[in-house]
Design a protein around this ligand. Structure first.
Ligand SMILES: [Zn+2]
Length: 162
């Protein structure tokens, strides 16, 4: 006997009785039922919350566009920057964890290092965090933010115009 859970829309508090997925996912027919449940919840958003539904489509289009465009190579730095920016934006939407500076300081403090060593270790770990989370100087640049190349000179015009 499967469990039933109450799934609540966080936008309007409408409640749905939904069978637990654990047992359903073990059979083909159950997996189809999971698909129908997701479809039904999706229809609720489409019908009752058109603004949120429209917003949900944009990252989907961006992701499918990215997955198609990754099969092309271009020397257009702006086009590459745009792809990287879109990938970063999607990544930001799905990130569930981050490590704040304070947490890093607390963890390093537990090591009971001499203060001068702690002062060097914290920034290094924060920089590693920034690399992994694409923060600060490690975040991709938004296209159009700069019209100069890496040497600060204006970018040359593209060779091939489409
Ligand atoms: Zn709702």
């Amino acid at each position: 006997m499967s469990l039933t859970y109450i799934t609540t829309c966080t936008l309007c508090n409408q409640r749905f009785n939904v069978p637990g997925f654990e047992d359903l996912l073990t059979t083909g027919m159950g997996q189809q039922q999971v698909g129908q449940i997701i479809q039904k919840l999706s229809e609720h958003i489409q019908q009752k919350h058109p603004k949120e539904f429209a917003e949900s489509l944009i990252p989907g289009f961006q992701l499918s566009g990215l997955l198609r465009l990754k099969h092309f190579h271009t020397d257009d730095t702006t086009a590459n920057q745009m792809s990287e920016w879109m990938r970063h934006q999607i990544h930001e939407l799905t990130r569930t964890r981050t490590v704040p500076d304070q947490k890093i300081r607390e963890q390093v403090n537990k090591l009971e290092l001499p203060g001068s060593v702690e002062d060097k270790v914290c920034p290094l770990i924060m920089e590693m965090r920034d690399i992994l989370e694409e923060r600060g100087k490690f975040a991709p640049k938004q296209p159009g933010a700069s019209a100069t190349d890496d040497n600060g000179k204006p970018k040359p015009a593209g060779v091939v115009t489409m």
